[in-house]
Design a protein around this ligand. Structure first.
Ligand SMILES: Cc1cc2nc3c(=O)[nH]c(=O)nc-3n(C[C@H](O)[C@H](O)[C@H](O)COP(=O)(O)OP(=O)(O)OC[C@H]3O[C@@H](n4cnc5c(N)ncnc54)[C@H](O)[C@@H]3O)c2cc1C
Ligand SMILES: NC(=O)c1ccc[n+]([C@@H]2O[C@H](COP(=O)([O-])OP(=O)(O)OC[C@H]3O[C@@H](n4cnc5c(N)ncnc54)[C@H](OP(=O)(O)O)[C@@H]3O)[C@@H](O)[C@H]2O)c1
Length: 248
């Protein structure tokens, strides 16, 4: 059973009509960057709980989660309505193994995300621990529209902090613009456009690929990399090249 503690809303930061950061304070146990926790509200005498990845670094006082309000969703519209000072619940302990500890040393670490699943990478990069094991880190954020690319200020600061190591590539799928690739992650790997843009290859000698977010993206990319690039799934018992987390 989950060990719940009370949390208080510090701020709801709206990035767009549906994308928001839930910033809270709560007496949680320390977590590892990349992990998720559970957040809940008691609605009509029933506890509604869902998993959310930490965006902040471990030990930050304000805990941050990056959410999309899912139309008709049971929890997210209610979280979006919260006001500063209002109460919610969070599990004391975090979960998950989408963390750097489980990733073997390699030249290039690819951090691929759709939508709100950029969150765990921002936690890892803000924490900054154990990044020496990688020569290059390629953060990829795939969204529908460029207005869904939240966190550009934070990412620019991270690029300044990790000069020559951190590269950021945006992808949009429902409009074309000069700065972003156009389409879906698996297609842009398959047709070589992602690697051309970064000028590095995704291969089993040099790379580890982290995948987070939309299950369609995660599953199609895994299939593509295992079938065409000789890469294998990273397991505790047998280290490989692909580590993933599905958001639903
Ligand atoms: C390990 C893990 C970490 C997660 N971290 C985050 C996070 O950091 N930020 C975040 O926004 N969500 C995250 N999620 C998803 C989150 O747990 C909820 O599923 C989501 O917020 C929807 O909850 P809801 O009650 O509003 O919708 P529900 O009433 O549960 O309806 C969800 C349905 O909406 C659809 N859907 C469409 N888009 C999404 C989406 N982006 N996420 C989930 N379902 C979607 C799915 O078909 C799903 O069945 C995570 C999920 C997992 C498993
Ligand atoms: N502006 C908005 O109204 C808005 C913005 C963001 C989120 N939302 C809501 O939030 C929910 C989640 O949306 P989200 O944008 O966070 O996540 P999402 O629907 O997973 O979309 C994120 C990115 O992943 C792409 N994608 C979808 N399926 C894929 C697949 N099988 N393989 C590879 N890429 C794939 C999407 O492209 P596609 O363009 O093909 O979908 C988009 O570029 C939705 O229910 C949505 O209604 C709305």
């Amino acid at each position: 059973m989950s060990d719940w503690v009370d949390a208080r809303v510090h701020e709801i930061k709206n990035w767009t009509d549906v994308l928001f950061s839930l910033r809270i304070k709560a007496p949680i146990d320390s977590f590892i960057a990349g992990q998720f926790t559970k957040i809940a509200l008691d609605l009509n005498s029933k506890r509604i709980q869902r998993a959310y990845s930490y965006v902040n670094a471990p030990n930050d006082e304000i805990l941050e989660f990056y959410l999309t309000m899912v139309p008709g969703g049971k929890l997210t519209p209610n979280l979006h309505r919260l006001k500063p000072g209002e109460k919610l619940m969070i599990t004391k302990k975090a979960s998950g193994s989408f963390v750097l500890d489980s990733i073997p040393k390699c030249k290039t670490l690819w951090m691929l995300s759709t939508g709100t699943a950029i969150g765990p990478y921002l936690s890892i990069l803000q924490h900054g621990k154990d990044l020496d094991r990688f020569d290059k880190i390629i953060l990829v954020h795939a969204v529908r529209y460029s207005t869904d690319l939240s966190f550009s200020n934070l990412i620019n600061k991270l690029k300044d902090k990790y000069v020559k190591k951190l590269h950021f590539q945006t992808i949009v799928s429902r409009e074309k613009n000069y700065y972003s690739l156009y389409g879906h992650i698996p297609d842009l790997i398959s047709n070589g456009e992602l690697e051309n843009a970064i000028k590095l290859t995704i291969d089993s000698d040099s790379s580890h690929v982290m995948l987070c977010g939309n299950p369609g993206m995660v599953n199609d990319t895994k299939k593509l990399l295992t079938n065409t690039r000789g890469m294998s799934i990273n397991l505790k018992a047998s280290p490989g090249h692909i580590t993933s987390e599905n958001y639903w």
